[in-house]
Ligand binder design. Structure first.
Ligand SMILES: Cc1cc2nc3c(=O)[nH]c(=O)nc-3n(C[C@H](O)[C@H](O)[C@H](O)COP(=O)(O)OP(=O)(O)OC[C@H]3O[C@@H](n4cnc5c(N)ncnc54)[C@H](O)[C@@H]3O)c2cc1C
Length: 279
């Protein structure tokens, strides 16, 4: 009961990896900082609107206050390296010069890191196996009103089906399914219909208005490389923030943070990167 209702859903959500192949070390790191510390460390946080308002906009505003410039849509396509340091960042045919006092934190995802860094960092390794996450958003004809606990918290976790988390957001019912590589053989319509029937069964009884039997307008988003697979083998491929190049540090949830691929891990990686660069 404890495994089925708590440990398994907790592990699959935190690691985005099936229990059978996931790393116990990475799970232990999450358990140490949540369940072991008690209820106040287990409070779920989720954005009231989207991730942009919660994370991206405040981060960009903070960088601008520090006189930083943010260039969106500027893909780094290579690095110039001379004398053990990065001296330029290539953006197509342009090169951004990296001066003697400048430091570089490389925070692009692991496949990009492998393609751009392998040539400059002999023996470089990074995770190369991924797990997907599926989100399905159903739009209803009116805002969804719930009763009881669901009205208070706005989301509920399910076990025993495909849907794992259901969120109520005005007239949208959103569902998250982690470690979703196991559903690659399902077609989207099958997933959408199955999840809708689970929502009706699990959430329908506590809603003020009953849910329609027919699937409402819907959008399914499958992020194929949502996170690296949190297996012991993939964990061993994660590099440290410090590199052999004096002014280059690595950041990103895929670097060796001791955490699985999470926002918390990404934040810690950034802190570590600026520490190793002495910033
Ligand atoms: C659907 C989904 C749901 C998730 N849910 C959760 C959750 O509930 N809780 C949680 O903690 N984590 C969650 N995660 C994981 C979390 O989003 C990641 O761990 C986190 O965003 C990683 O941050 P990052 O800065 O390492 O990488 P990213 O957020 O991937 O940032 C990398 C950046 O590099 C940029 N980039 C790529 N290539 C280049 C290039 N060549 N040049 C310049 N820039 C480049 C990209 O555009 C991107 O902006 C989820 C992930 C997905 C996909």
């Amino acid at each position: 009961m404890l495994t089925r209702r708590l440990l398994e859903p907790f592990a699959v959500s935190a690691l985005n990896t099936p229990l059978e192949s996931a790393s116990a070390t990475l799970l232990a790191a999450i358990i140490r900082e949540t369940l072991v510390l008690g209820g106040s460390a287990c409070r779920p946080w989720y954005p009231s609107e989207g991730l942009s308002e919660s994370f991206v906009d405040p981060a960009v505003a903070h960088l601008r206050r520090l006189q930083g410039e943010v260039h969106c849509g500027t893909r780094i396509s290579g690095l110039d390296v001379q004398g053990g340091r990065v001296t330029g960042l290539k953006n197509g045919s342009d090169t951004i010069a990296v001066g003697p006092e400048d430091k570089v934190v490389f925070a692009a995802p692991s496949p990009v890191a492998r393609s751009l860094l392998e040539a400059h960092l002999p023996g470089f390794s990074a995770p190369d196996a991924y797990e997907s996450i599926i989100n399905v958003h159903y739009r209803l004809s009116a805002p969804v009103k719930a009763r009881g606990m669901l009205a208070k918290v706005g989301f509920v976790g399910l076990v025993g089906g495909v849907a794992e988390w259901i969120y109520l957001k005005n007239d949208i019912l959103s569902v998250t399914v982690s470690a979703a590589n196991r559903y690659t053989t399902w077609d989207n319509d099958e997933l959408i219909a199955t999840i809708w029937s689970e929502i009706r069964q699990a959430v329908g009884p506590v809603l003020v208005e009953s849910l329609p039997q027919a699937v409402p307008p819907v959008r399914l988003v499958c992020e194929k490389r949502a996170t690296f697979a949190a297996t012991p083998a993939q964990d061993r491929l994660r590099p440290q923030a410090r590199t052999r190049l004096e002014n280059l540090a690595l950041a990103g949830d895929w670097t060796q943070t001791g955490f699985p691929s999470t926002i918390e891990g990404a934040i810690r990686s950034g802190t570590e990167a600026i520490k190793v660069l002495g910033l």
